[in-house]
Write a new protein. Structure first.
Length: 202
């Protein structure tokens, strides 16, 4: 009889569930721990970082393109203006020829003058081939970027008016090299008087 009661007691103890097993619930896997960033916040942070890196990449590409263009421009300028020193030295030759041509023609000097004219034309043709051009200053408005004013003169027109700021005399020719100033023209500029086209009768 004692043995039967012991077996029933063991069987009941083994099959009877404990209160803790029936009342304890496991935490849901979808809940986010307190203090941890949400998935949406992570996505936003990643997108912001991607946008930042993209902007940095575009800036780097733009800077590289600027450096490339600047290098090409400097290389082109070096090729176009490499003869600057040589060209400036030749300007003295052109000046001497111009002074020789300023001698009035006639007599035995006529043949010499013709030879000088031919030499000057040849020199100017060489200038043109290498991008050197003479500045046409006479009668033009004074341009401080191309002209160097040596003095001013009164330059009356036949109608009694003058044109202030007009080049009335070229003392030494100026030259350009591929569109860049090689040497300014030394000029005399008109001053004073009434500018043409201005009515002073009122």
């Amino acid at each position: 009889m004692a043995t039967t009661m012991t077996e029933d007691t063991r069987t009941g103890a083994a099959t009877d569930p404990t209160p803790e097993a029936t009342t304890t619930e496991a935490p849901e896997a979808s809940e986010t721990p307190a203090g941890a960033p949400s998935p949406e916040a992570d996505v936003a942070a990643f997108e912001a970082e991607i946008a930042k890196l993209r902007d940095q990449g575009l800036r780097a590409l733009a800077e590289a393109e600027n450096v490339r263009r600047r290098g090409e421009r400097e290389r082109d300028d070096a090729a176009r203006f490499a003869i600057t020193g040589f060209a400036q030295a030749l300007l003295d030759v052109a000046d001497n020829l111009s002074q020789a041509l300023a001698v009035p023609p006639g007599g035995e000097a006529q043949a010499l003058r013709q030879g000088v004219e031919l030499t000057e034309r040849t020199l100017l043709a060489v200038f043109e081939r290498f991008g050197i051009s003479r500045i046409d200053a006479l009668g033009q408005a004074f341009d401080p970027h191309r002209h160097q004013a040596i003095f001013e003169v009164e330059a009356d027109r036949p109608d009694g008016t003058v044109v202030p700021g007009t080049v009335v005399q070229v003392l030494r020719a100026g030259y350009m090299l591929n569109g860049r100033l090689l040497r300014p023209a030394m000029v005399a500029v008109a001053k004073g008087g009434t500018p043409a086209g201005v009515d002073t009768s009122a």
